[in-house]
Design a protein around this ligand. Structure first.
Ligand SMILES: Cc1ncc(COP(=O)(O)O)c(C=O)c1O
Length: 396
């Protein structure tokens, strides 16, 4: 809190603009307008509410089931509000804090708690707040859910399955999920306690190959066949991809069609179908404006980095698209390749890129790192006192 009081006055736009109804944020017509109004010293998070609303529309119109927003991708109240006003009514939270963020923005939203490992207090709190949908991937977690909800007769229990290793850019196998054999036993056991029994899986984040969803649904069918248990719901998780440089997903309908066909082929068309997109709903609707504090040759030292919103640019070496914004525009010099360093003292705070920018970029210029609306702002820490409390909407 000490940091907040100390730094907050620096992070206020000088001119108070209109408020965007959809997101509740100060609204600007362009990034240039944001920079002209800004008096702070930190990076700036930009949301593009129209892009988030457009992504929501694609899912609400095309996904063959109920759309749950995976709050972890970006829990900022403005993102939650934008999705709510765009028609998303159901949210997948992992923790009490995520659930409270959703409740504060949209008290009547339906919440699912789909993290397979939760504290007892989290389960109790969620149940008392009206949550009935819980994920589990072990008999101990199932027991926790049953005990903490007093063996309620209105539970929707979703068994998280481990999938065979897939092709997603960020595999999520290995940490959570019941194996084939475990799943057979767990389904038989949970059936006795569940008002609604479902299975859930995650093909891995940024999954470019639409066939992975079909493979996962065939895996579900094999497990159900072995268990001899009927289920009521199947949750296809997240993983829906975004066009980052060097990664070219097919149109989103390709993924929806693959799911629709696999649901039919595996005899799941009568079930409740769920999906938990995170990245695909907000990645392209957010960016970070980072200022160049120093240039040393081809290295640019920025006021945001791997401990801020550029974690994936550092750890996964993703080359997010970049744009240069200058206080005083001048004709762009021919482009060159640059490496970024973040502001902290840690030598891991480096984004190798290379990032393509006009060759005369220098101190005081702002770099917009695009497609950071998911797992960017959400992952930012306060390490070394470098963080930003400024989020604005650009109405492009
Ligand atoms: C349980 C669960 N659901 C949904 C998501 C969202 O995935 P994505 O952002 O790839 O759509 C995640 C991401 O880690 C997850 O763990």
């Amino acid at each position: 809190m000490m940091f907040k009081t100390e730094f907050a006055p620096l992070a206020r736009p000088a001119i108070l603009p209109d408020i965007d109804n959809r997101s509740g944020l100060p609204a600007f017509a362009s990034v240039g307008d944001v920079l002209r109004a800004y008096e702070g010293d930190d990076a700036i998070f930009v949301l593009y509410p129209k892009k988030i609303a457009a992504a929501a529309k694609v899912f609400l119109n095309g996904f063959p089931g109920k759309v749950l927003y995976a709050v972890k991708a970006n829990p900022h109240p403005a993102v939650l509000k934008t999705l709510w006003t765009s028609g998303v009514r159901t949210f997948d939270g992992a923790s009490t804090r995520e659930s409270e963020l959703v409740r504060a923005v949209a008290p009547s939203a339906k919440l699912f708690l789909m993290h397979p490992v939760k504290s007892r207090a989290t389960i109790r709190h969620a149940y008392n707040e009206g949550v009935r949908d819980f994920a589990f991937d072990s008999s101990d977690e199932l027991a926790k859910i049953l005990e903490e909800t007093g063996y309620a007769d209105d539970l929707s229990l979703h068994l998280r399955l481990a999938l065979p290793k897939g092709e997603a850019a960020m595999p999520l196998s290995g940490k959570f999920g019941a194996t084939h054999e475990e799943a057979v036993e767990l389904l038989r056991d949970a059936r006795h306690h569940a008002a609604l029994l479902g299975v859930t899986f995650h093909v891995g984040s940024q999954c470019l190959n639409s066939a992975e969803y079909g493979r996962a649904l065939a895996w579900v069918r094999a497990i159900l066949h072995k268990a001899g248990v009927s289920i009521d719901s199947v949750d296809c998780g997240g993983g829906f991809p975004v066009a980052y440089p060097g990664m070219a997903p097919k149109p989103m309908d390709t993924y929806f069609d693959a799911i629709r066909e696999a649901l039919q082929a595996n005899g799941f068309d009568g079930l409740q179908v769920l999906g938990e997109p995170g990245r695909a709903l907000c990645a392209q609707g957010g960016s970070t404006l980072a200022r160049v504090e120093l240039r040393k040759g081809e290295d640019l030292y920025l006021n945001d980095g791997s401990y801020g919103s550029l974690f994936d640019a550092a750890q996964c070496a993703w080359k997010f698209p970049v744009k240069l914004h200058r206080a005083a525009p001048r004709p762009a010099a021919p482009s060159e390749m640059f490496r970024f360093f973040g502001p902290t003292c840690d030598s891991l705070d480096v984004m190798n890129g290379p990032f393509d920018l006009p060759g005369d970029v220098g101190e005081g210029d702002w770099i917009e790192v695009c497609h950071l609306g998911a797992y960017g702002q959400a992952l930012s820490s306060r390490f070394n006192g470098f963080y930003s409390e400024t989020t604005v909407a650009v109405m492009a």
